[in-house]
Structures are given as C-alpha cells and as structure tokens.
Ligand binder design. Structure first.
Ligand SMILES: [Zn+2]
Length: 362
C-alpha cells in the first residue's frame, strides 16, 4: 500500500515515445505512476511499428504523442499525461524536466543524450539511461547527486557526426527495446519506492544473440566536465553544435554540391550497357529486401577499407536508401581522388517509385 501510494505521488519524464519509450510509458502507467511527461515531436511511421508498441497501424501519420496518450489512457485513465510536442534541447530542457522526480532517456541521438544528462545533473535528478543497437542493449542509472557517475564521466565528448549509425540506419531487433525499456521502467519503480539496489555506478549490457547479461562498474570521473567538484560546464549548451551536426552540414554546404543522377537516367545508362560501376552502400539486410539489378554491395562502413577494389578512373554511381549515406560515401571517394562520381538522387526509393513499382519499400 505504501509503495503504491509513492507510485501515485511520483512523476516521471520519458524523453521519446519510440522503441524504448513505448514499454517504459506503458508499464509505468500500468504500475500506477501518477504523472507521466512525454516528449516527442515525431509522427508515427509504418517502419516504427516493429518495435514502438505504443502505436498501431491506425496511428500511422498521427503525432506520436497523441497516439501514446490514447494508448496509455486505455491502460490507466488515472495517470496525468503531460505532452511536450517538441525536441528536447537546451532551450526547453530545464522547463520540461523541472517538474519531474525522475528523467528517463529513451532517445537514440547524441544531442538529446548529452542534453538530458546535463540537465539531470544540474537539477539533481536521476537519469535512467538505455540504449539499443542491432542485437545489443545497455541500461544504467546516472545519478551524480547520489554519488554515481554521469554519462559524461564515460563519454566526455560525442563521436564524430555520421560515425555511429542510428537504429533506423543500422537496424535493431524489434523485440530488444522491450527488454531494455522494461529494465529502465524497473529502475524507475525501484527509485520511486526506495527498494533494492539501483543501477547507479553499474551498467548492464545485454547480448540478445548469446542471451547473456554482463555487468560493468562505471566510475565517476573526478575531472568530469559537468558532475565533478570543479565542473567546466555549468549550464546547458547548444547540443547540436556540441555534437558537430551543424558544422558537418555547413562544411558540406561549402563544398561543391554532390553530382546527382536521376533514377530514369540511371536506368537508361544500364539499358545502354554503359561502362560504369553501380555501388550500393547500404547494409546487407537492406540489400536482401531489395536491390537494383547490376548493383554491387559495399556497405558504407567497409568502403574505406575496400576502396582498392575500385579504380579511381572508372565512372561510379553510388546509391543507398534515400541518397544521404551515398552522398557521404561520394565525399569519401572524392577525397580519395575519385572524380567520375554521381549519387542516385532519392536512392532506391526513387528507383522503386519511378522504375520498378513492384520493388518493396522499407
Ligand atoms: Zn560526470
């Protein structure tokens, strides 16, 4: 009874209503947490449904927040659900996070991760961390105010932009966020009720393929820029800039635009039997779904190592799903001295739309 009252009196902010946010919000609502804040500015897409179980086929095209609220209400109409239809960032993080006891990070991008970490340190609130990629997931509780480490103790600086693929690009086993999100929800319930040993200073790594959990100790960095005794960062910063996203974009803008080729033009080239290489830089699992006849698969992560398979004097057309990754690949080849390059505009989706309507889109 005492624990249930504490749950009812508690408030939890869940950043993201996607793969992790779905089980987190559903279970916390079912457990009777009194107030749930949800932050998300996206709309539901068909490709989300394999893991984002808050949303259904009838919700495709709707705001994720509205769909999430309806689903939570079905489970527990007595939960106060606050909706924040915005991206969690320096400008709004304090306002959004302030009213809640616990912050749960259910996002998969670095700017939000650093932002939610820093705001949690500054507001002295626990930040329950979860991350998923392909078949692996991790979970821990950052609580610098309780003597534990924070995210920046582990990763003071973000990786270079574009080096770590997102779940949408790299793929994720749809069931995996169910495990990691539920672990995050369990930690929230434990913190609220005050039972057990919280995951502070410990990280659980889950390997779905081996079905193994491992535990790592996380240590507080005495020189951490935000949570140490003498922090060098004492307020929120521009996290997009910190993670190098605008610089990378600006650098691209300064360069000459990437040479493009349309799907029809590419088809004509293939039909004529022109001498050129069509390189597909997607992942093997995407290739299995569909590929353009005559294309050759070199996933973008292998391109630098396998460049010797290509001749810099040959004509090369690069292609991915929508044209973004192949544009990065084109720059990589340009920097290596390749000159006869073109990027398939709109990627294989454009090919499916304009040339082969029987090709499955994903
Ligand atoms: Zn720290």
């Amino acid at each position: 009874m005492e624990g249930q009252k504490r749950l009812k009196a508690a408030s939890v902010l869940c950043i993201g209503t996607g793969g992790l946010g779905s089980p987190i919000a559903l279970y916390l609502a079912a457990a009777g947490v009194g107030r749930l804040g949800l932050v998300d500015a996206d709309t539901v897409d068909f490709s989300n449904l394999q893991r984002q179980i808050l949303h259904g086929t009838k919700d495709v095209g709707r705001k994720k927040l509205n769909s999430a609220k309806d689903r939570i209400r079905e489970t527990n109409p007595n939960v106060q659900v606050d909706l924040y239809d915005e991206y969690f960032a320096a400008g709004n993080a304090r306002r959004i996070a302030e009213p809640y006891d616990i912050i749960i990070d259910g996002t998969d991008n670095f700017p939000t991760r650093y932002c939610s970490n820093d705001v949690s340190v500054f507001l002295k609130k626990p930040n329950i961390y979860g991350s998923i990629f392909r078949f692996d997931g991790q979970c821990t509780v950052f609580a610098a105010h309780l003597g534990g480490p924070c995210y920046r103790c582990m990763f003071p600086e973000p990786p270079p932009p574009g080096m770590v693929p997102s779940c949408a690009e790299g793929g994720v086993l749809g069931v995996l966020p169910g495990i990691i999100g539920v672990m995050q929800a369990i930690e929230a319930v434990k913190l609220i009720i005050g039972i057990g040993e919280p995951l502070i200073g410990r990280m659980i790594a889950f390997d779905a393929l081996k079905m193994k959990f491992r535990e790592f100790k996380l240590r507080k960095d005495p020189k951490c820029p935000v949570c140490s005794e003498h922090p060098t960062i004492t307020d929120l910063v521009d996290y997009e800039q910190f993670c190098g996203i605008p610089q990378a974009k600006a650098a691209e803008d300064e360069e000459v635009p990437v040479p493009l080729i349309g799907a029809r033009e590419l088809k004509a080239k293939l039909d004529r039997g022109d001498r050129f290489h069509l390189i597909d830089v997607r992942e093997p699992f995407e290739w299995e779904i569909c590929h353009i006849p005559g294309a050759r698969l070199i996933p973008i992560g292998q391109l630098a190592a396998r460049m010797s398979e290509l001749d810099s004097t040959d004509e090369i057309v690069l292609q991915c799903k929508t044209g973004a990754r192949s544009s990065t690949a084109l720059r990589l080849l340009q920097d290596a001295g390749f000159s006869k390059l073109a990027n398939l505009e709109g990627g294989i989706h454009a090919w499916a739309d304009e040339i082969d309507p029987t090709m499955p889109k994903y």
